[in-house]
Design a binder for this molecule. Sequence first.
Ligand SMILES: Nc1ncnc2c1ncn2[C@@H]1O[C@H](COP(=O)(O)OP(=O)(O)O)[C@@H](O)[C@H]1O
Ligand SMILES: O=C(O)C1=C[C@@H](OP(=O)(O)O)[C@@H](O)[C@H](O)C1
Ligand SMILES: [Mg+2]
Length: 165
Amino acid sequence: MRKTNLILIGMPGAGKSTVGVLLAKRLGVSFIDTDILMQTGEGCYLQETIAEHGIDGFRRIEARYLLSVPPDCGVVATGGSAVYSRKAMTHLKSLGPAVYLKIGLEALKKRLGNLDKRGVLRMPGQTIDMIYEERRALYGAYADIIVSTVGVTPDQVVTAVLRQL
Ligand SMILES: Nc1ncnc2c1ncn2[C@@H]1O[C@H](COP(=O)(O)OP(=O)(O)O)[C@@H](O)[C@H]1O
Ligand SMILES: O=C(O)C1=C[C@@H](OP(=O)(O)O)[C@@H](O)[C@H](O)C1
Ligand SMILES: [Mg+2]
């Protein structure tokens, strides 16, 4: 078993949570989904945190949970909005390489379905195209490793990540 930490970043729907748990099992390490860390810590669903605190409030609270990820984290599936906190990303990247699970806009639209049901952080009127445009430079800038998740199964994504380590 390889003892290693990996930080998964990318758009909502890219497969961070799905692939993350499979990767952790293959590597024999722990798995943390920061969305779950936040939900259990706050005692409510992410949508409720967004409704109560607004987008900026959600980002601040999310950053706090990202900063609480410990050194022996194993594989970490972040929420898609993690990259809005430079401080949190600096912390996470100090723990292990950031793996950008990349998905094209058209494939993403098919996978995501109704954005509101998924609780993607967005300003009123902001479309998925706009969010994609706003974020892709951030994901690219933080990425140590980039793996495409289009036209491949989650298991194949795991293999592709391991090949690049
Ligand atoms: N490689 C893949 N191919 C097709 N569907 C996928 C793939 N990886 C994940 N999915 C599906 O996409 C959806 C979003 O996956 P999820 O792991 O929740 O993404 P994220 O955590 O990045 O938001 C789920 O329905 C999941 O089953
Ligand atoms: O990208 C986003 O704005 C968000 C993505 C979600 O996580 P996933 O990327 O795991 O779907 C979750 O953190 C929250 O609903 C906001
Ligand atoms: Mg997820």
